[in-house]
Structures are given as structure tokens and as C-alpha cells.
Design a protein around this ligand. Structure first.
Ligand SMILES: Cc1ncc(COP(=O)(O)O)c(C=O)c1O
Length: 407
């Protein structure tokens, strides 16, 4: 039989092409893996490895499986663990600041899975979705799969620019396009580290309510404040109308749990259920997370993690201030995993390369923009996964990298 040659570029969908599938390049812009043991790796925002609650999870998972309840290992069809939905809906547990009912939650494969589900349910080809520029590309790029149009708006110290949001809205109206949603990360933004002010949240809420634009509020870092919680969520300011909140246990507990949730009006959640085709999440993981929270271990864990990340951020900032203050400009975040540095006097891309040669790796700010031209010579440093003391070495290495370029 004459076997046909399957031409990948003829087969893949337009949405997949828009996300880069089928292109010849296999390299990732985040840099190649290295076996250099002394590498200081500030590329990805990961929870501290030493503090992963492995033993607690081993205990809860084995209790659940040893109980012999078959449900723990069967399809759950997206129904969601009832205990976990009750926990998330009760503001006393701290996952929402607006009381809710359990039918207002749906679980997915991390908040990335939530974004995929959101796009599959709400974004049509040609719909416009506003995102902050810069933003987290991992979630933003899901919009392309639905052939939605991404429009970036800039931010000031209060958060996403209302003037630019209005501009996009007027442009959509003039061109017969639908502005479907605004995707925002109001708390301890990735990559900016900033927190949106209460007044900006109110303006965004009013703007979107008036024009029936959905707010997709990513709360990935909201519980990871250093001293005090962030302002009220856009969800609670809008009394839950027209807002979907995305949450995840990835940064607060462990990325490998792959457990995130969408929280919104029951009608939104019901629409999301109808587009679901993955037969649900992993039941024993959802249940183990419930047990971890109900036992009080989560509370102890999150309190410890907040002060650990605050200490890491302090070490990184003091090292940078001591060695690099002439070369950088930045704002200290009040939570989360990231420092966003404006680089002065040298090209940020050159700095990424020079620091890499000295064993310090971090991404160029360009990677967080859909339109890299908008990057004002910035870099992102993720401090969460690196040992506290190692972060003190960042300033001297970075200074040497600046000096080598300027030499
Ligand atoms: C803002 C933001 N949203 C979502 C995610 C993805 O989280 P998850 O592991 O839950 O998919 C990340 C990961 O870095 C993130 O920074």
C-alpha cells in the first residue's frame, strides 16, 4: 500500500498555528536546561521545593485510597469534590471575599485549564479580549486557540489603564467587533509584581458592568501577600455579576496538583460544564486538598509561606540595592513571586545573555508582551523557588554582568 505522507502544516487547526504549532523551531525562549549545579535560576515562579507538603499529602492520599471508596478513582464528570466546593464558597476559609454557593465553582487542570475552558465557552473567532501588557503568556495565549483577538493595554501604578481599555472598546464598536472580556491579574501581578488599587478595580467593574464585558480575574497569587491582604476583589466589588474568578493551588501548595477553579454566577458555571469534555478532574487529589485544608495544615502552611516569600523578596531587593542601584529601577512588591526590573544604561537582552554566562538565568521582559516592542527594557526575576541565601548572590553577579557589557 502506498502510504500517504501526513503533512503536519496542512492538518493542524488555525488556532494551533496561531499558537506556534507546526513551526520548525523547537527551542524555548526561556533558555535551555542546564546541569550547572550552581546555577541561580530565576526563570519560573515555583513554590519553595523544601516546603512542599509532601508528607501531609502522602498521608491524606493514602487515607483516601485505603478507605476503599471507589469514587476516589472514578470519573467525577466535573461535579467537583463537595467539601472543596463548600470550602471555596465560604469566605471564612479565605479563598473568596464574597460569599457564594457550591454550584458557583468548577475545577480544572490548574488556572491554565480554567483559561482554556473560559475561551472554549465564551470566546468566538474574532472576539476581542483585553489583557494587560505585560501579562502571563501561558494563560493569554489560550485566547489564540479560539481565534480570539488579543489587545494589550498598558498599566500605571494603579493597574490596567482605563483610558486604553476605553480606546479598545471604541475601536471594537467602530469595527463591528465584540469586546468579550478583560483578563486581569490584580493581585501581585505576574510579571509586574504590582497590585491594582481599589479605585481602579471599581472603575473596571463599572466599565464592564455597563457594557456587558466579562472580567476574568486571575487570583493565582492573591493569598500570597507579605503583610496584609490585597484590596477587595473585582468579583466582590461587582457582587459577582459578570465576573469569573480564576484560582489555583499551584502557587500556594504545589504546581503538580494541577488543580484550579473558576468561580462565577451559576449560569456561567453551568455553561462551562456544558463545554467540558475531559470527564472531570482527579477526585482523590481534590479530596486530599480538602483534607489538607480541613485539618488546619493549609492555614499553617500558607502563613509560613507568606513570611518565607517576604524574606526572599527582602534578600533579593537588598542585594540588588547594594550592588546594582545605578543600573535598575523597580518597585518592591507586597506579595507574590516576582520582581520586575527596568534596566538602565544597557540593553536588557544583552544583560540576560551576559548573566546567563555567569550562571544567573532569568527571562527578558519581552516574553511577557504580545507586542515585544512595548517592553521598556525590562526583565523579570522570580524569587520564590530559590533558597533565601542564594538570592543574596544575585546583586554581585548582575553587577558584574552590567560591567562586562559597559567595559
Ligand atoms: C498569573 C498566572 N496565572 C496562571 C498561572 C498558571 O497556573 P496553573 O499552574 O494553576 O495552571 C500562572 C503560572 O505562573 C500565573 O502566573
Amino acid at each position: 500500500m502506498n502510504k500517504k505522507k501526513f503533512e503536519i502544516n496542512r492538518l493542524i487547526s488555525q488556532g494551533a498555528k496561531l499558537r506556534g504549532a507546526g513551526s520548525d523551531t523547537t527551542s524555548t525562549p526561556w533558555g535551555v536546561a542546564s546541569d550547572n549545579q550552581n546555577l541561580i535560576d530565576l526563570r519560573v515562579g515555583m513554590p519553595d521545593r523544601e516546603k512542599l507538603p509532601s508528607l501531609a499529602f502522602a498521608r491524606h492520599i493514602s487515607d483516601i485510597l485505603e478507605s476503599g471508596d471507589a469514587k476516589a478513582l472514578e470519573y467525577e464528570y466535573g461535579s467537583g469534590d463537595p467539601d472543596l466546593k463548600s470550602i471555596l464558597s465560604d469566605p471564612d476559609y479565605g479563598f473568596t471575599d464574597h460569599s457564594a454557593t457550591p454550584d458557583q465553582f468548577a475545577f480544572y487542570n490548574g488556572s491554565s485549564g480554567c483559561m482554556e475552558a473560559f475561551c472554549a465557552t465564551f470566546v468566538d473567532k474574532g472576539d476581542v479580549v483585553i489583557v494587560e501588557g505585560p501579562s502571563f503568556p501561558g494563560t493569554v495565549r489560550a485566547i489564540l486557540r479560539s481565534e480570539g483577538i488579543i489587545r494589550e493595554v498598558g498599566s500605571d501604578s494603579d493597574g490596567a489603564s482605563i483610558a486604553e481599555i476605553e480606546e479598545v472598546y471604541l475601536d471594537c464598536a467602530a469595527n463591528g467587533r465584540t469586546l468579550k472580556a478583560i483578563y486581569t491579574i490584580p493581585d501581585f501581578h505576574n510579571p509586574l509584581g504590582r497590585t491594582m488599587s481599589l479605585s481602579r478595580r471599581k472603575l473596571i467593574s463599572d466599565f464592564c458592568q455597563e457594557r456587558e464585558v466579562i472580567v476574568l480575574e486571575d487570583t493565582t497569587y492573591s493569598s500570597l501577600y507579605f503583610d496584609s491582604p490585597p484590596p477587595s476583589s473585582i468579583y466582590s466589588i461587582s457582587s459577582g455579576v459578570g465576573v469569573l474568578q480564576m484560582g489555583t493551588f499551584s502557587k500556594t501548595i504545589a504546581t503538580g496538583l494541577r488543580l484550579g477553579w473558576l468561580h462565577g454566577a451559576a449560569s456561567f458555571i453551568s455553561a462551562l460544564h456544558k463545554t467540558r469534555s475531559d470527564l472531570g478532574n482527579v477526585p482523590f487529589i481534590q479530596n486530599a486538598v480538602s483534607q489538607f485544608i480541613l485539618s488546619g495544615e493549609y492555614d499553617d502552611h500558607i502563613v509560613e509561606m507568606r513570611s518565607l516569600y517576604a524574606a526572599k523578596c527582602r534578600n533579593l531587593c537588598s542585594s540588588l540595592n547594594e550592588y546594582c542601584s545605578d543600573y535598575i529601577d523597580y518597585q518592591i512588591p507586597s506579595g507574590g513571586f516576582y520582581l520586575w526590573l527596568k534596566i538602565l544604561g544597557v540593553n536588557a537582552t544583552d544583560l540576560v545573555e551576559k548573566a546567563w554566562e555567569s550562571g544567573l538565568v532569568f527571562p527578558d521582559g519581552n516574553l511577557f508582551f504580545q507586542d515585544p516592542v512595548k517592553n521598556e527594557n525590562s526583565i523579570r526575576l522570580a524569587f520564590s523557588g530559590t533558597p533565601k541565601d542564594k538570592l543574596l548572590e544575585v546583586g554581585p553577579i548582575l553587577r558584574r554582568s552590567f560591567e562586562k557589557i559597559l567595559d
